[in-house]
Structure formats: structure tokens, C-alpha cells
Design a protein around this ligand. Structure first.
Ligand code: EPU
Length: 347
């Protein structure tokens, strides 16, 4: 019997797979690893960065492996930082709120991002001037190739904009044989009272003032500002199916950005971690695609980087619309936008 995945992906696409394995304890991994070693598979987190292409008649011929590993434990403090190990199946936003409630700062700019803790390092989730890799000490994973546990200190995780070693290695070989299954992530966080707030991102300072917060804000107050900004701009996946940003902001050379900005006044250009990025949302809106609807898929009228499922969208609707956006932005600006979610099977 094909297993339905509609409630397990935030875009809400009707999809089915052959087999679903939920990992509830690390001790199960050796047996699971042996059992699926010759089977095609994919690893599912919170399903918030996923476009699944399948039908009930043609389910994904894959074993879907999902972490239901739970728990947050404290590790010995080091150099004034609290250290935590969080299991991969914990909800990301709940974990952020847990750290804040326990007087720790550092993750407040990443509040309300959908998904799991285990998925966070894979694409190095980032928002409002912070990327999760900056707070990670180590990533624990199961290696389906060597059938063993492995620990990656942060220096070897190759964190970059929406990028990590895990993303790279899991897709280096055949897409349907991902190698690493993340079991837990270690974080190093400062006490809230010693956390330097990161307020550089446009809008945060203004929102804090609107919320009546006096400077300097505490991490919990920054989180509330971020939550309020996200709620205003991004549709709630519990109400409208979506995967957040559907495209990455294009990373370009400084010269290219300057040339494009001089021809297109108002084009937002961001500089972060020695990279120059353009605003994909602005490019899509300027290419006339904001609010466009195709079948049951639409470009959000609030944020052009978000594609939404109006109710009964198929992967074909969503991917067709995404392709039309890519063509429109290419025709207008000479740039090909790269999708951010994982598309299974890839196109
Ligand atoms: N903009 C438009 N039209 C739009 C949307 C945006 O012109 O329809 C322009 C505006 O000038 C706006 C600027 O784009 O000021 C930036 O928009 P926003 O602050 O929403 O940020 P973003 O670059 O579009 C990125 C991340 C988001 C993250 C925000 C805040 C990517 C692909 N997306 O979006 O991450 O929340 O910054 O840091 O990097 C996600 O990955 O799913 C996600 C939501």
C-alpha cells in the first residue's frame, strides 16, 4: 500500500511513497542501515523544503527515512558558552523558543523558520542576518555507506549560503542514495544578557521600536520582532501550502551587481559573508510575476519569492510556474534563478 505524504510536506502536495521508516532511537540505526542499504531512499525532515512529484498510481519507489529522535541535553559549558545537544527530530522553532526561555541567546533571528533541527544544518538555514552554522559546534550523523556514527566539527561542515557538506555529499552520488542522516546537532550559545543583538537586517530595528522595545533589546525581544516580521511577509504553511523561499537569492560578482543596479534603480543588493547577493523577490516582482496564478499554484501577492498551493496544486502546477518565473527573470535580467527546495525526483 503506498504511504501518503501530503501531511508530511508543507507545500501540501498529494504524494505517495513505497515505505516510511521513522527513526525513534539511535540504536535502531545499524539495523535500519543494513535493511535499506540496497534500496533507493530519501531523508525527510519537516518537509518544509520539499517538492514531491508522484501520484497514487506511481508512488515514489523510495524508502522515506524520517527522524523522530527527540531530546535536548546540556553539555559541559566551555569558554562562557552554554552547550546543548539537540536531537534531529525536534521542531526548529520550538527549540529556538526553548533556548530563549532558558536564558540563552544566539538563535533569536532564526525564530519561526519551519522544519526540524536535523534539517537546519543541511541547507544552513539563515534569516535576518544570521546563519545557523555560526551557532553550531558539531553535527552528528549516521553514515549509510560506512554503517556507523560520524561527528563533523563545524569547521568541516562547509557552511555557506544555503549550503553545507551534507547537502553536497548527499547529492554527490545518485540523488536517491543520500549518505548522511543527521541524528543530533550541538550548539554553543551565550547567556541572553551577554548576547550582542544582530539588528543589521532591514526592518528589525523599526519593528522593535514599533513594539516599544528600548535598546539594547534582549534576544527574546528580537525573536518577537522577527516573528512579527515573518508573520507579516510569509504565509503560514499551516494555512497556505508553501516552502518559504522557492528560489535562492542569486550570488553574483560585485561588478555584475553594480552593472545591473545601475540599469535597474531600486534593485536591492546585499553584502554578507563576503558575498554579493541580489534580491530574487525583487527580480521576480519586476519581471511581472508577483501574484500570478497557474492552475492551483500561485506566486504570493505578499512576497514574490514564495509559491503557494491554493488547495489542490500538483507538482506539475508548481514546477511549471517556477519554470515560467525562471524564464521571465532570464528574459528581463539575464539571470537564471536556482530553486531552493529539494525536488524529488529531481528535474
Ligand atoms: N522584495 C521585493 N518584492 C517581493 C519580495 C521582496 O521587491 O515580493 C525585495 C524588497 O526590497 C525586500 C527585499 O526584497 O526588502 C528582501 O526581502 P526579504 O527581507 O523578505 O528577504 P529575502 O531576501 O527575500 C531572505 C531569505 C528568507 C529570510 C529573509 C530574511 C533566501 C532565499 N530567503 O529572503 O528565507 O526569511 O531573507 O532574512 O535567502 C526561506 O529560506 O525560506 C526564507 C524565507
Amino acid at each position: 500500500m503506498p504511504i501518503p505524504l501530503q501531511s508530511l510536506n508543507t507545500l501540501g502536495l498529494a504524494a505517495w511513497t513505497d515505505e516510511l521508516v521513522r527513526v525513534t532511537g539511535s540504536t535502531q540505526l545499524p539495523a535500519i542501515s543494513q535493511a535499506i542499504t540496497n534500496k533507493d531512499r530519501f531523508i525527510l525532515g519537516g518537509g518544509s523544503n520539499l517538492v514531491l512529484q508522484s501520484s497514487q498510481d506511481a508512488p515514489l519507489a523510495l524508502v522515506c527515512v524520517q527522524s523522530s529522535l527527540k531530546g535536548i541535553v546540556r553539555l559541559p559549558a566551555r569558554e562562557g558558552l552554554s552547550r546543548l545537544r539537540c536531537a534531529s527530530g525536534e521542531n526548529w522553532h520550538d527549540f529556538v523558543m526553548w533556548t530563549l526561555a532558558h536564558g540563552l541567546g544566539g538563535l533569536e533571528n532564526l525564530a519561526l523558520i519551519p522544519g526540524t533541527v536535523g534539517a537546519a544544518p543541511i541547507q544552513n538555514i539563515g534569516a535576518y542576518g544570521v546563519e545557523v552554522g555560526e551557532r553550531i559546534e558539531a553535527v552528528h550523523a549516521w553514515d549509510f555507506e560506512r554503517h556507523d556514527h560520524v561527528v563533523f566539527p563545524t569547521e568541516s561542515c562547509q557552511f555557506g549560503y544555503r549550503h553545507s557538506l551534507f547537502k553536497e555529499i548527499n547529492f554527490q552520488g545518485p540523488w536517491n542514495r543520500p549518505r548522511f542522516f543527521i541524528t543530533a546537532v550541538d550548539f554553543a550559545l551565550a547567556p541572553a544578557t551577554k548576547t550582542q543583538p544582530i539588528l543589521s537586517y532591514k526592518g528589525i530595528t523599526e519593528r522593535l521600536a514599533e513594539l516599544g522595545v528600548t535598546q539594547p533589546p534582549l534576544p527574546m525581544q528580537v525573536a518577537h520582532a522577527v516573528i512579527s516580521l515573518r508573520k507579516e511577509k510569509l504565509p503560514d504553511p499551516n494555512e497556505v501550502g508553501n516552502v518559504g523561499s522557492f528560489f535562492k537569492n542569486p550570488v553574483v560578482s560585485e561588478e555584475f551587481a553594480k552593472a545591473l543596479a545601475s540599469q535597474n534603480p531600486g534593485l536591492p543588493v546585499f553584502h554578507q559573508n563576503n558575498q554579493t547577493k541580489l534580491s530574487a523577490g525583487w527580480l521576480i516582482e519586476s519581471a511581472g510575476m508577483k501574484g500570478v496564478q497557474r492552475g492551483e499554484a500561485a506566486v504570493s501577492a505578499d512576497h514574490a519569492l514564495v509559491l503557494t498551493n491554493l488547495g489542490a496544486a500538483t507538482a506539475r502546477d508548481v514546477l511549471g510556474l517556477a519554470h515560467e518565473i525562471q524564464e521571465a527573470v532570464m528574459a528581463r535580467f539575464g539571470l537564471w534563478l536556482e530553486p531552493e527546495p529539494q525536488i524529488i525526483p529531481p528535474i
